[in-house]
Design a protein around this ligand. Structure first.
Ligand code: NAD
Length: 293
């Protein structure tokens, strides 16, 4: 590190709170070093009311870019100079690119989700999707899949504050991506859920159900999983959720966990900053070696 950082090294960072647990510094610093890029990546604890000052700091320190995590994602969207189409529709930003003081906000979670499917030879274009959940992850992937040409998205959410968010997404997508049909249903309506899954090509869990420490549970009855259904989960801890395990057991066409979405949303931000592909294979190998130590 003392050899790598010089007077010319550029700074990039993650902002949000908390950030101490984040894997981003390790991933980006590994990638910069691997590709010989003269950047260093740090994580800074920034609260919502500090967002305007943080954005000024990005300009002041001439940082090329910055990742954003909770709880700052929505506030950043209000203060950057420009937004990508997905970030504008969602009203949230996880990646800021600084072009000579002009800050553009992007959201790469949905891009990461779509890429994780593509890595398994699955395209969302012209597909009918059922998405469980309408929180941060759900909204991001619903918007990106609509932008990428999904034919129909049926969103199911339980009766909580995220149900209204699903209705908002439907309204926004009707305006912004009118070719994509968006339906919103109550998760409690099991008859509708059964019917919609039977007609779907891709089923996605974007709720926190299945995530540790509450793993071992799934919102979808195993009987609804068929061989020609593609099943994907946003949850990456555990790597294989109960829904993914059930899909494998049922012989579903694909059973995709959330780790790919996490990796590829980071790689998409890396590409926005540097114009280069992140060395994902090498980083995953490095992670394996570290875990084995
Ligand atoms: P959020 O708090 O914004 O949304 C939570 C969602 O889960 C809502 O739709 C809520 O209604 C639903 N939910 C919660 N408890 C439920 C229950 N008991 N039954 C049914 N629905 C329930 O959270 P988020 O940021 O959208 O994260 C959701 C999941 O996605 C988390 O497990 C998170 O780890 C994962 N995630 C993964 C990635 C990735 O890159 N793979 C990125 C973001 C989030």
């Amino acid at each position: 590190m003392e050899k790598r950082i010089s007077g010319r090294t550029g700074l990039m960072a993650l902002i949000g709170s908390p950030v101490g647990h984040s894997g981003s510094p390790a991933m980006y610093n590994f990638s910069f070093q691997h590709l010989g890029l003269d950047y260093a990546y740090m994580a800074f604890d920034i609260k919502v009311d500090q967002v305007p000052a943080a954005l000024d700091t990005i300009r002041l320190l001439k940082m090329r870019g910055c990742n954003v995590t909770m709880p700052c994602k929505n506030e950043v969207a209000k203060h950057v100079d420009e937004l990508s189409p997905a970030a504008r529709i969602i009203g949230a930003v996880n990646t800021i690119v600084n072009d000579d003081g002009k800050l553009t906000g992007h959201i790469t979670d949905g891009v990461g989700f779509v890429r994780s499917l593509q890595e398994e030879d699955v395209e969302v274009k012209d597909q009918k999707m059922v998405v469980l959940g309408a929180g941060g992850a759900g909204t991001a992937l619903q918007v990106q899949c609509a932008l990428d040409g999904a034919r129909e998205i049926s969103i199911f959410n339980q009766n909580d504050e995220f149900f209204a968010r699903a209705l908002e997404t439907k309204e926004k997508l009707e305006k912004e991506v009118p070719d994509c049909i968006v339906n919103v249903y109550a998760l409690e309506d099991t008859e509708k859920l059964t019917e919609e899954i039977a007609a779907a090509d891709i089923l996605v869990n974007a709720t926190s159900v299945g995530m540790k420490p509450n793993d071992g549970v799934s919102l979808v009855d195993k009987k609804l999983l068929r061989k020609d259904l593609i099943v994907a989960d946003t949850v990456y801890n555990p790597q294989e959720t109960q829904m993914v395990l059930d899909a494998k057991e049922a012989g579903c066409a694909k059973a995709i966990g959330g780790a790919g979405m996490l990796l590829w949303q980071g790689a998409a931000a890396f590409k926005l900053y540097t114009g280069l592909e992140m060395p994902t294979d090498e980083y995953q190998q490095f992670q394996k070696e570290q875990a084995a130590k």
